[in-house]
Write a protein that binds this ligand. Structure first.
Ligand code: AMP
Ligand code: ZN
Ligand code: FE
Ligand code: FE
Length: 273
């Protein structure tokens, strides 16, 4: 049997793992295939594919697009996208700018809450142009404002917390269209975060082709539930750990292992786009 993890990040977004470290951990976890789905960037794909060649790990190109859906953040995964697609790359350049602006806005909000962090501190820690909240959370931890990464989210920068700024302009509908234009397969990431399954059929009408059924935060009953939803709406099933290395210490490679047959289904679906 071959196994895959279809949701991991690299240092090109907000993981602490370089492509080389990532594929080593993939190998050690007994996996054969991994999909790199950095937030709003494909910069890590070629380095990860190259790193994978050295230790026999198949790296699939992907992306996790940040969208605004009624002021809530929704993540749409795009598997097997053409990472040279000009429309995709132009959109990603816009989002990179939004991410920078939003970091300034979030640090202003934090200041009002008595937390003094300069955006430059976050940029220095991130060491990438693709700035995100997990970078900010690590600075909050380093500076002693919080004791854990998850405290940074529930006290300050989580989706419903006082210093949160969404700022993303892409709708899930546009994101799915963009992914298909780039030859990719659009999949709804971690559906439990939405907390509202009624939107799934709406997304299906807009072009959704799969849902992330297997995810560390999905209980056995939730997994079963999303399996049933996939069957009901004729959606592909995917799954992954959402590993971010040391930035999310509780999530390790190997936490999710899906059968490679699901990767084959994804590849077949791509051929029919
Ligand atoms: P951003 O792309 O800047 O909106 O940040 C998204 C990142 O924050 C992703 O890596 C998420 O997994 C992470 N994240 C969101 N909420 C939480 C949370 N409550 N605890 C830990 N990480 C979180
Ligand atoms: Zn992330
Ligand atoms: Fe996500
Ligand atoms: Fe993710």
């Amino acid at each position: 049997m071959k196994y895959a993890d279809l949701h991991v990040h690299t240092t090109y977004s907000d993981s602490t793992l370089t492509p080389e470290e990532l594929v080593k951990k993939t190998k050690l976890a007994g996996l054969d295939c991994v999909a790199v789905v950095d937030h709003d960037t494909v910069e890590g794909i070629v380095p990860s594919i190259d790193a994978g060649l050295c230790c026999g790990i198949e790296v699939l190109p992907g992306i996790e697009l940040s969208c605004d859906f009624n002021n809530a953040e929704v993540h749409i995964l795009g598997y097997l996208v053409d990472i040279t697609n000009p429309t995709l790359l132009a959109t990603l350049a816009d989002i990179r700018k939004i991410r920078l602006d939003r970091m300034y806005e979030m640090t202003v909000k934090l200041k009002d809450l008595g937390v003094n962090i300069a955006p430059e501190e976050v940029f220095a820690l991130a060491n990438t142009q693709n700035i995100g909240r997990l970078h900010l959370a690590q600075v909050l931890l380093k500076r002693g404002y919080v004791k854990t990464i998850s405290e940074a989210f529930y006290r300050y920068i989580g989706d419903r917390s006082p210093a949160y700024v969404c700022g993303f302009k892409l709708s899930p509908q546009k994101a799915m269209h963009l992914i298909k234009e780039a030859g990719g397969v659009p999949v709804l990431a971690h559906p439990y975060i939405l907390g509202n399954d009624d939107v799934i059929p709406v997304f299906v009408d807009d072009g959704l082709m799969g849902i992330e059924v297997f995810y560390p935060e999905h209980s056995a009953s939730k997994t079963e539930h999303y399996k049933n939803m996939a069957a009901k709406y004729n959606l592909l099933m995917t799954g992954g750990s959402d590993c971010h290395g040391a930035a999310k210490p509780d999530v390790v490679m190997g936490a999710i292992k899906i059968p490679y047959t699901l990767v084959e289904k994804l590849k077949e679906a791509k051929e029919n786009i």
